[in-house]
Design a protein around this ligand. Structure first.
Ligand code: SF4
Length: 338
């Protein structure tokens, strides 16, 4: 059974902060002119529109997701109005869940009780890093302990918890990023998103970049780091639901520099499969096996853009006489000798 997500954008509403990497108008794909506060009427109209669309077969679960901004930083009355607009659809069985995004320091026991009373079951937290120096250099305005506490409190109270992490933030390093990933994995959120840091026009990072005080990651480095972070979550059997920002024309216009690619996540998966295959093919050379099997749905990611991974494996002499099998029954993201 798959999920229909109805997105409601509340760009920058409720957020007095300006994290160094953030220009929320760009990230949500909405221009400043469109950035009027979302009314309950708009929420209802948006839900009606989406519910009226023909649905792909099997899309039985419906989730309303409030994106952007920091939902629990909105005035309480506005939070109530927005959530109440959804609750009637939940009561009617037309919507199954509500998801919000917020900052770790905007979660406490009272907020948790309020969210529970208003049918919110999924909370995504902008964790970004669990290194204090990186948080400070990124002007996040909250502590590591607040992030850890928010994940724990939400989990203890039965919420589904998402954690957003970023690689390439100012002051970050490979070691700090891996330490963050391991600490987040130990806190066991239900799912994770990983975003490479981009220099967005109009953000604080643009200024640093133009002053030569910040150097963004190259695309290759961002892919490699994200792949290593993903491996850590894979080892803990945790879902990585997105890698890279949702591509949009508006975002592309406003990215000044940094590792942007519209298919960033696919490139990371491609690298992960390449590394698994290379390791296994080397072992197979030693034990005489000659058949490599992957999920049929992973074939394109495995081959990589312009068949680059296949060419690299062939260049290493690892594909000589090896039969490749793309199996419809095999689990995604796995590589096996057969
Ligand atoms: S807290 Fe979120 S919405 Fe607010 S400035 Fe930072 S990243 Fe942007």
């Amino acid at each position: 059974m798959s999920l229909l997500v109805i997105p409601i954008f509340i760009a920058h509403q409720g957020c007095p902060h300006r994290c160094i990497f953030c220009d929320q108008h760009t990230i949500t794909g909405h221009s400043a002119q469109e950035d009027q506060p979302v009314s309950p009427v708009v929420v209802r109209e948006t839900i009606e529109q989406w519910l009226g669309h023909p649905r792909k077969e099997g899309r039985n679960e419906v989730q309303v997701a409030f994106y952007g901004g920091s939902f629990t930083g909105l005035p309480l009355q506005r939070q109530k109005e927005l959530l109440s607009a959804v609750i009637s659809y939940i009561d009617a069985g037309q919507v199954n869940s509500i998801r919000i995004s917020t900052r770790p320091d905007y979660i406490d026991a009272d907020i948790i009780a309020f969210l529970q009373e208003h049918s919110v079951s999924i909370v995504e937290l902008g964790i970004q890093s669990l290194d204090l120096n990186v948080l400070e250099a990124s002007v996040r305005g909250h502590s590591v302990e607040q992030s850890e506490g928010a994940i724990q409190l939400l989990r203890e109270n039965g919420f589904t918890v998402g954690a957003q992490l970023m690689c390439g933030l100012p002051g970050d390093s490979t070691n700090k990023l891996m330490a963050t990933a391991r600490r987040v994995a130990a806190l066991a959120p239900d799912f994770v998103r990983i975003y490479p840091t981009l220099v967005i026009k109009g953000s604080g990072l643009e200024k640093l970049y133009l002053e030569d005080a910040y150097k963004p990651l190259s695309l290759l480095k961002a892919i490699a780091l994200t792949c290593r972070v993903k491996n850590i979550f894979d080892e803990h059997h945790m879902k990585v639901v997105r890698m890279g920002l949702q591509p949009s024309e508006d975002l592309e216009k406003r990215v000044l520099a940094g590792p942007y690619h519209p298919a960033f996540g696919e490139l990371v998966i491609s690298r992960a499969l390449f590394k698994q295959a290379r390791k296994l093919l080397r072992q197979m050379m030693r034990n005489g096996k000659k058949c490599l099997s992957l999920a049929a749905a992973d074939e394109s990611a495995f081959r990589g853009p312009n068949n680059v991974s296949m060419k690299r494996l062939a260049g290493l002499g690892l594909l000589n006489g090896v039969e490749l099998v793309f199996d419809k029954e095999q689990a995604r993201n796995t590589v096996m000798a057969c």
